[in-house]
Design a protein around this ligand. Sequence first.
Ligand SMILES: Nc1ncnc2c1ncn2[C@@H]1O[C@H](COP(=O)(O)OP(=O)(O)O)[C@@H](O)[C@H]1O
Ligand SMILES: [Mg+2]
Length: 252
Amino acid sequence: MAERMTTRQLTVRFGNAEAVRRVDMEIPPRSVTAIIGPSGCGKTTFLRALNRMHDFTPVARVEGSVRLGDREIYGNGMNPVELRTRVGMVFQRPNPFPTMSIRQNVTYAPKRHGLARGPELEELVERVLRQAALWDEVKDRLDHSATSLSGGQQQRLCIARALAVEPQVLLMDEPASALDPTATQKIEDLIYDLKQEYTIVIVTHNMQQAGRVSDHTAFFYMGHLIEYGATDDLFTNPRNERTEAYITGRFG
Ligand SMILES: Nc1ncnc2c1ncn2[C@@H]1O[C@H](COP(=O)(O)OP(=O)(O)O)[C@@H](O)[C@H]1O
Ligand SMILES: [Mg+2]
């Protein structure tokens, strides 16, 4: 079930350096929100704040509020391990568990969280591999190593792995940037299908990709959210001159 995410005055610092600055953003459910902007503008840092990945970085400090539905994710009652099942992350480089089979990659987390067992696990494997548009390619070799797959298949396996713990939100950090055009197309088609059921946030430095897959686009610059709106509006009629300069390729 998809959930809305809301940030209020979200700031992320690494030591004294502010990487994300007082960002107010509302990310609607059942849609794709793209985050664009030049390298180093804080896209990844913003995304990682949405599922408390900065907890693992000792110098990182997060201030402000991030809500999943109406729950504060930095609040006392929130278990970060559980949060990361609700808000899944797909990284730039496919990172399946290398010593595990295709099947084990999918079943590891649901087993650990007690979400499924026995025959339910078999059903779950098929369901999420179908959702990730990978089932037909791997159904006869589920016990082969995940590393025997191509890069694009590995990335779809990582998406299946994230789906296996019943997330509400999927965060994707340049999920196709390491893939060839055919594999990229498959990921984009998949994102389009998944938005019926999930809240999706995708970081991309590829503006054509943002235009193709997203409903809303946020332009970040030097840690600030400069402009946020419907993707078609932002690309055809940017309100801010820095947005316009960026989307017309005047800086990158
Ligand atoms: N773990 C970290 N420690 C220190 N600085 C970091 C860390 N991660 C990111 N930064 C800094 O935060 C800023 C934003 O980085 P990032 O969010 O990765 O940008 P983007 O994804 O838009 O390219 C950069 O100046 C980067 O050097
Ligand atoms: Mg990045």
